[in-house]
Design a protein. Structure first.
Length: 465
């Protein structure tokens, strides 16, 4: 499946954010006057889902209905270097959704345009037939309904993730995962599930009902900062909580969730793994600016890297925090066997600023520093464990003995190491000074070290032989 593309099917939109400041009311009505500072345009709907799915360099095909209007051409241009578009005729133009915002808070939304999908073409049918996995991003505008027979066939042979809409059609039977949010689940099950004073129990009942009604392998209801509730239609739902609270613009978080889940299933992941990755990705997406994060629309990667789903892009995070006037903190180390000393150090480091990026030695670097037999835990696993800590916002892996080049790219305001030496003696101190950064030393808890843990484990193994 990994050699075949992920195909995103659904309604493409054009989203605009009109950003400004509101400090007074209009003289003729109690309405805020917004002084416009800028307008940002981006693909929305299935177009946004496709762009998010393509962030890690995977091959993504967007199957959608497009017209010949200015908005349609803009979406084609915005997605041209990110995904391959296979479109069929739209009688009309794609919808344009404009948010008027003041102080990063929406005041109003203006919707304009819209059309009716025409007859699917042979290239469209072929793209779905040759997909390795399919994400249906249904915004209730007719694209999914026009391709229902092709999607029903795809669901019998490859993973299909369906992000539904109350105005759209039901998912086809056999989808691997359907991903309604809490509001959509309530609307879709209004006549199926009785009211209940326990919210989680009610969402579990709604997920079970939808799973049975849609003949889906699984249904997950996204619950915002509470995470997601997964059901396979049984009496034992699974709650997958968010690892931290994320304050920010939630626009696009559902698309991020669905795109991440579809990507994980396309790579052979289990449903539970896909949902956990999706919860973390959506949380990080919101925490780091959502669709307003400039790094989201920077040049896409041309190579696939092994993902660490729990971690944000460290460079994009550093840029975003600096741009908002925050303090970027970075901490370094091998973190071979994570212990209470590491956790204490990282929690203290996080309190020194507005984000914490852990710069972690790669496997070759650990071997050079610690000797044969180290690391005990490979880099991908160490990064994943670190990323699961609430105090860690991102992880960057380096293969130098000292992360000088990595620090030059990140340019943190504060660099933290654990140990019993002075900050000025750190080899990284000189490079920090070149942009006004500060090196700090924080103490480890006495008696806790990876080497000590390894020796105790080895001694215990000898005693049990």
């Amino acid at each position: 499946m990994r050699k075949r593309p992920l195909v995103v099917v659904g309604d493409a939109l054009l989203d605009r954010d009109i950003d400004g400041q509101a400090t007074r009311l209009a003289p003729d009505a109690p309405a805020p006057v917004v002084e416009v500072h800028g307008v940002r345009t981006r693909p929305g709907g299935a177009g946004l889902a496709a762009a998010l799915a393509a962030r890690d360099g995977r091959e993504v095909i967007l199957v959608t209905a497009l017209g010949q209007g200015e908005a349609d051409d803009t979406v084609r241009s915005l997605l041209a270097d990110r995904v391959r578009i296979v479109d069929f005729p739209l009688n009309g133009t794609i919808p344009v959704k404009s948010r008027v915002r003041a102080g990063n808070r929406p005041l109003a939304r203006l919707d304009d345009g819209g059309g009716t999908p025409g007859e699917p073409t042979e290239p469209v049918r072929r793209a779905i037939a040759e997909a390795g996995a399919v994400l249906v991003s249904d915004y209730g505008r007719g694209t999914a309904c026009a391709l229902r027979s092709q999607l029903a066939e795809a669901a019998q042979r490859v993973p299909v993730v369906w992000d539904p809409h109350p105005r759209g059609g039901a998912p086809v039977p056999g989808v691997r995962l359907a991903t309604p949010n809490a509001t959509e689940a309530r609307a879709l099950t209004e006549h199926m599930v009785a009211a209940d004073g326990n919210p989680l129990r009610q969402y579990a009942a709604r997920a079970d009902a939808l799973c049975d009604h849609w003949h889906a392998a699984a249904v997950v209801i996204t619950l915002g900062e509470r995470g997601a509730l997964l059901s396979r239609g049984s009496a034992s739902p699974m709650l997958l909580p968010a690892r931290r609270q994320a304050a920010g613009d939630p626009c696009g978080a559902g698309d991020c969730f669905a795109a991440t889940a579809a990507s994980a299933l396309a790579d052979g992941g289990l449903i539970e793994e896909a949902v956990q990755c999706a919860v973390t990705a959506a949380t990080d997406f919101v925490a780091h600016g959502g669709v307003g994060n400039p790094a989201l629309w920077s040049a896409p990667s041309t190579t696939r890297a092994e993902p660490v789903p729990q971690s944000a892009d460290p460079f994009a995070l550093a840029r975003s925090v600096r741009a908002s006037g925050g303090t970027v903190v970075a901490a370094g180390g091998c973190f071979d066997l994570l212990h209470v000393g590491h956790v204490g150090l990282l929690e203290s480091a996080r309190r020194a600023g507005d984000c914490l990026i852990v710069c972690m030695n790669g496997d070759a670097s650990v071997t050079r520093l610690k000797g044969p037999g180290r690391p005990l835990v490979p880099a991908a696993d160490r990064a994943r464990v670190l990323s699961a800590l609430a105090c860690v916002d991102a992880v960057a892996v380096f293969d130098e003995d000292v992360p000088v080049e990595l620090l030059r790219k990140l340019r943190p305001d504060v660099w933290v190491k654990g140990g019993d030496y002075t900050a000025e003696a750190l080899p990284e101190a000189d490079v920090l000074r070149s942009w006004g950064g500060q090196a700090l030393v924080l103490p480890y808890i006495d008696g806790r070290s990876t080497t000590e843990l390894a020796l105790r484990a080895a001694a215990a193994a000898v005693r049990t032989e």
